[in-house]
Ligand binder design. Structure first.
Ligand code: NAD
Length: 256
């Protein structure tokens, strides 16, 4: 990784829970490429785990951000405006669904559980894009994390299927709306990765095994592969890529 690739660029990464998080892989690779970081933690319980990562990555901005708190979200962007006056990259790498709704069939999920999953996993990205875009005066790149279960039936993905489908669609519409400001909006779709969020899915170990054994490359992408792709897509080398879903899964999604 060229350490000056993103020199002078400012990147906000939300969704680091620990050293297994996809967001950590993204933050680490963006930092390696020279970007200045802002990172967040969910709450006081999560903070000690994220503190270790903040010690390692030395972000310029380190704040609490629970996206169900409007005050938390607004505060992050206020701090970015005060400290940086602008931002170039946003990585939204968060998702949530109540376990009882996630682990049951979609048809039986509660309205509250569905709306909460949509709010945290999809609407918060739209909201952050709205707050970030005025700060992207020379353009920028917005990333959301999805999964192939949005497009095809992946057993046990259940409620998150329609939620991620909505997220991918939101990415396309925002790419259209923000394109004239030179703001690109991209969905990253990694294959299965062992993280805390993924542990909420039933039989996740079987999915990992299937991905490893049957993907064309017979391998699993790791969080740094994902971070490397986010880094590349943040540069001018990717200046004509927007609105798309970029898979990083050793070709696993091609199997259907
Ligand atoms: P993770 O558990 O490390 O990260 C999920 C993050 O969401 C955590 O940091 C958590 O604090 C955050 N979060 C949950 N509720 C929040 C809220 N109210 N406010 C702010 N943050 C909140 O797991 P991960 O697998 O790294 O997940 C990151 C993203 O990647 C998610 O969108 C997930 O759906 C997506 N993804 C994961 C996989 C996988 O197999 N792990 C595959 C494809 C896509």
């Amino acid at each position: 990784m060229d350490k000056d690739l993103l020199k002078g660029k400012k990147a906000l990464v939300v969704g680091i829970a620990n050293e297994h998080s996809i967001a950590y892989g993204c933050a680490k690779m963006l930092k390696k490429a020279g970007a200045d970081l802002a990172i967040t933690y969910l709450n006081d319980k999560a903070k000690p785990f994220v503190d270790k990562i903040a010690d390692e990555l030395e972000p310029s901005i380190y704040l609490k951000c629970d996206v169900t708190s409007e005050q938390n979200v607004v505060n992050v962007f206020k701090e970015i405006e005060n400290k940086w006056q602008g931002i170039d990259i946003l990585v939204h790498s968060i998702a949530f669904a109540p376990k009882k709704d996630l682990q049951g069939p979609l048809v039986r999920c509660s309205k509250e559980g569905f709306l909460m999953a949509m709010d945290i996993s999809c609407h918060s990205f739209i909201h952050m894009a709205n707050l970030a875009s005025p700060l992207m005066k020379k353009g920028g790149t917005l990333f959301a994390m999805s999964f192939h279960g949005s497009q095809k039936i992946v057993e046990h993905y259940n409620l998150m299927g329609p939620v991620k489908a909505a997220l991918e669609s939101a990415v396309r519409y925002m790419a259209f709306e923000l394109g004239s400001q030179n703001i690109r909006v991209i969905t990253i779709s990694p294959g299965p990765v062992k993280t805390r969020a993924a542990s909420g899915l039933e039989e996740f170990d079987k999915l990992i095994q299937r991905a490893q054994e049957s993907s064309p490359l017979k391998s699993l992408a790791d969080i740094f592969d994902i971070g490397a792709m986010v880094t590349y897509l943040s540069t001018d080398y990717a200046k004509n890529i927007t609105g798309d879903t970029i898979y990083i899964d050793a070709g696993f999604h091609l199997l259907g």
